[in-house]
Design a protein around this ligand. Sequence first.
Ligand SMILES: [Zn+2]
Length: 451
Amino acid sequence: MPAFRHRMLLDWINDVSTPLRAGKRWPIIDVDEQTLRDYQELFSVARDWGYNGITIWGLYVDHAWPVDLKSCLTPARKKIIDGILDAARRCGITVYSGMGVYTWGFEEIIRAHPQTSRNEGRWCYGRFVESNGVAMCYHQPAAREWMRKIIDFAVQEMGVQGFGFQSADQGRCYCSQCRQLGDMEYHALVNAETAQYTRERWPGVKLSVSGWGINFDKDEDWPHLKKMAGQLDFITDVMDQSFDRGREYRRKLIQTLPCDFGSLGRTVVVPPQRWERDRWFLPHARLLGQNISQLAADGGKAFEFFAGPLANPQFDLMTRYVGRMLTHPEESIEKALGLAVDDVLGPHTPAVRDSLVQWLLEIERVYFSRVTEVKGEFDYEPLMGVDAGPPIYLDRLRTALADFGQDMRKLQEQYQPLRKQCRQEAKAALIDRCLTNVQKDIRWRLENPKT
Ligand SMILES: [Zn+2]
């Protein structure tokens, strides 16, 4: 099986931050010199492990573009962002800017220019939401003008090399005119139109659509999907809905689409923004490795790994491992994970490395074998919130939490002789600290059961 064509990382700008980021509404997009250092390190790892792109959200804005656009880029911010883009270029990593299409980022513009929107509610993840201050209307010409202005701004002022479009995550306009359009029909229209404009105005800029909130599981949607895909480099079935319809359905869909097709790996682990970096450790190499191999076998050519801080050893290992799997999708999970273990921990012998690999897979097993649903977004703490939130990922274990706690205690004991046989002592010690902190959270949850 050949390597994936689009070997991508994906994140909100601070998901890879070495220090935790708290004290503000999610997503925090503050940047500083440390942000630049974090990306320099990430890109150097990404290059060494075979990635060739990253979609970054929050390069300029979180929920709202300022109406003058320019003021989102203070000189200090521009310096950092330019540095990030430079570092990426030097490592051969194409930066796609996460870009809301008609939604995500338009709250202030809609307030200042109400003719961009119609306040008749929106359709969001399969349900009607009465309030709408977030989605512009496809049928309002002013909305199209703003969309294009922002695309131009991002390419001209920022020099981004690609866009990861997203039109559905916060819902779409559901005014009397827009609701005549089916869901996929609507998203295909806004994405295709924005992509076509970008292609013509800025040839060479890479384009993808990330399908948060879009369904890929209906045969009748294929004509719309094809229309949208005709303008794109790749499209991501974020929640693997086409996989749920069966491998044969997905294979046919992949063959039908005129652009490359990808996934986020079915089990999407989102790093906690507001937690200390040594508070969690839950690698999921088997789940992701299987998903990557199956996607490659079905003809998939794109994959986006949800990135996290290298300061956390789970992401330190998994970033490398996934990069290896994307360049060698036929390789065994154990071999690819062993290479990541070699690089991060430096075990003295192949036997120690192999034991560490089995130990990591066992950590994955004792958690994921006990949760009922391994598909979808996994948050450690609630995404929303201002300060560190409770360990909600443990609640998925329900009555098995105490057993999981016992297993983690045993696994920490098993780790002690192994860690002593690693050259990278600081990193080996960091994993041990994470294991201790995971057990602290387990104890806290057992003593404070969820009501
Ligand atoms: Zn509308």
